[in-house]
Design a binder for this molecule. Structure first.
Ligand code: AMX
Length: 436
């Protein structure tokens, strides 16, 4: 058993006992009242999930195991003191609940580099059988499913496994899957946009640095950006579509590949992870219609109002939980201001930030008029030379694997049962509405 798994075993055993005791002692306790409005508007605010990896505060933003993003940037191990934290460290924090030392992070980097070599050939053949015009998210998710032939969990389950041991093969599958996503991503990227000229992983590099390297953006600057990107998109508590879908499918004891694939299908929607690509199309159209990369504040305002009048959303703005500017947006903007202050797209994003919140607030219905993570991430990637928008949601997915898959292991440690809420008919809801 590797050192990370060993520590997880120690931490997990006592936690799963605590959970059983909590349910035994306090299972009858009422948590909250739920209104018809909540159920019929996406269950917002309904507490229905247990997720330890991160928690989202409406005004403060995300905290991973209690740590804010600025705290993580200070505390998690880095390659260089003035660089970005390594996502391997965030994975360990979300998994174990402790900040790792540099040696542990190096161990995970090496372990993932080793496991990344095990992708079976048929996965690349399956990708190759799709047209290169197929959206990268289609190729990504197809590859994830194709990799499930290697599922440790499925094999162990078929062989007959005790419930209390589920977490072990789940851990092995998650480690394999996370290690392989960068290779798959770069393969799809080079296939679609760089004439199949594939680049081999460099086992001496860290996980995120390797993504940039295999994509063909091997400058130190691009690697630094990739580390930031992979940390910022890693988790957003349990109720967002990709996390919730991964968790739900996992409760049927589906293997990690099936479960993660479900989450990635959700991430591919334009109101969730695909918003980063949508933002770029919105910006491109703005530049084309107004006829300049440096539009005035009034021109942006007019364009934003026209988007709303067409019955469309302004991508990159709004959030189901957040009620302030997303700190993941602010972190990226600060990064851009530090390293590439003159990049035209970043200047445009900053100007849009001055205008769009007021436009959205004036509708009187948008609960959060502030930018989310997607309002800037594509412009940042593009400014570093990664200009192919369709790969952006795939990169989001690679990062998101860190959070949703550590949660999936914890679901099995906790022994989470099949999830099966009740549904009711329209007539039933109408009847409830009439009752005093
Ligand atoms: N532009 C236009 N209208 C918006 C809007 C936006 N950016 N954000 C919210 N609204 C509208 C909603 O469509 C809804 O309209 P309706 O009453 O006519 O149906 C109304 O405002 C109330 O919505 P809400 O309660 O404020 O938001 P929500 O919780 O229902 O949805 C979200 C949240 C993110 C889907 C929404 O803000 C949105 O569509 N934003 C644009 C897409 C986007 O950036 N998504 C990425 C989110 C982050 C992520 O997951 N990566």
């Amino acid at each position: 058993m590797d050192q990370v798994k060993q520590r997880l075993k120690e931490v997990g055993e006592s936690k799963s006992e605590q959970l059983k005791e909590l349910v035994r002692e306090h299972g009858d306790k009422v948590l909250q009242e739920v209104t018809i409005g909540q159920v019929l508007s996406g269950m917002k605010g309904v507490v229905a999930l247990l997720t330890d990896t991160s928690k989202l505060d409406p005004s403060e933003g995300i905290r991973f195991r209690g740590y804010s993003i600025p705290e993580l940037r200070a505390k998690l191990p880095k390659i260089r003191e003035d660089g970005e934290p390594l996502p391997e460290g965030l994975f360990y924090l979300m998994l174990i609940g402790e900040i790792p030392d540099k040696a542990t992070v190096d161990f995970i980097s090496q372990e993932w580099a080793r496991r990344a070599q095990g992708i079976p050939d048929h996965v690349f053949k399956v990708i190759d059988s799709l047209p290169i015009t197929a959206h990268p998210m289609i190729q990504f998710n197809t590859a994830i499913l194709a990799m499930s032939t290697e599922s440790h969990f499925r094999r162990a389950y078929m062989a007959g496994m005790d419930k209390k041991d589920y977490w072990g093969p789940m851990y092995e599958g998650v480690m394999d899957l996370i290690s392989r996503l960068p290779v798959i991503t770069a393969y799809i990227y080079r296939r679609c946009f760089h004439g199949q000229k594939h680049i081999k992983p460099d086992p001496s590099l860290d996980w995120a640095g390797n993504i940039a390297h295999m994509m063909g953006h091997s400058s130190e600057e691009a690697k630094r950006l990739m580390r930031l990107y992979m940390v910022l998109h890693a988790d957003h508590e349990g109720g967002n579509v990709s996390a919730h879908a991964t968790h739900l499918v996992g409760t049927a004891l589906s293997n990690p590949y099936y479960s993660f694939s479900a989450g990635m299908n959700g991430l591919a929607g334009p109101l969730h992870g695909m918003a980063n690509q949508e933002v770029m199309h919105w910006l491109e159209k703005l530049i084309k219609e107004i006829g300049t990369e440096t539009p005035s504040v009034d021109q942006i305002k007019e364009y934003a109002i026209a988007t709303l009048e067409q019955g469309r959303v302004i991508p990159g703005y709004g959030h189901a939980v957040l009620r302030k500017t997303d700190p993941r947006f602010s972190e990226q903007l600060n990064f851009a201001k530090k390293y590439i202050p003159d990049a035209p797209l970043i200047q445009l994003v900053s100007k849009i930030y001055e205008v769009v919140p007021d436009v959205l607030a004036s509708t009187g219905k948008v609960k959060n008029p502030w930018p989310n993570v997607d309002a800037i991430s594509g412009s940042l990637l593009s400014s570093y030379g990664i200009k192919e928008f369709p790969i952006y949601t795939v990169l989001f997915g690679v990062s998101r694997s860190l959070g949703v898959l550590t949660s999936l292991i914890w679901d099995r440690i906790y022994g989470m049962p099949l999830e099966r809420p009740s549904s009711q008919t329209f007539d039933w809801f109408e009847e409830q509405g009439k009752q005093k």
